[in-house]
Write a new protein. Structure first.
Length: 154
């Protein structure tokens, strides 16, 4: 379906919609475990979002790229893009994106065994999730925090 939507957007000249479709396709590819193709697809989405001056998608695609690098185990690149995502979310005042960026940064640091920094990010994310009623994000914070403490107890 994404490939059909992408083709239609290209035929109609909807470059912003093309960028949005590419980002959505990238998230699906990540869910399927095809991180290399997801990265290529999302980098193209980010390029188009910048070209068409689409700030919301620039923020979202930057987060998707960071999440993709995290899934690939490239923590340096993940941190780079996730810090940009966090800054963009804060600038835009998007609490949901800010919480998600902090969760992903917490997970990135946890995978590198930098648990005090991970807990700091996750605590910030949890506070935001509680303030604005983001239940899924709050649950993810609990899950990651529990994992950190469980591994410390081993």
């Amino acid at each position: 379906m994404f490939r059909q939507a992408l083709q239609l957007n290209r035929e109609l000249g909807g470059r912003r919609y093309e960028a949005q479709t590419l980002n959505n396709m990238s998230m699906s590819l990540n869910a399927l475990g095809d991180h290399k193709e997801a990265l290529v697809t999302c980098l193209e989405a980010l390029r188009l979002a910048k070209e068409t001056e689409f700030p919301g998608l620039i923020m979202t695609a930057t987060g998707t790229i960071g999440e993709t690098y995290l899934a690939m185990g490239d923590y340096g690149q993940a941190d780079h893009y996730l810090q940009q995502y966090l800054a963009a979310a804060r600038t835009a005042g998007s609490k949901r994106d800010e919480a998600w960026a902090l969760i992903l940064l917490g997970e990135t640091e946890h995978r590198q065994e930098l648990d005090s920094l991970a807990l700091s990010y996750l605590s910030q994310a949890f506070d935001i999730a509680q303030q604005v009623g983001l239940r899924a994000e709050a649950a993810r914070c609990h899950e990651l925090i529990a994992d950190i403490y469980e591994q410390q107890a081993i």
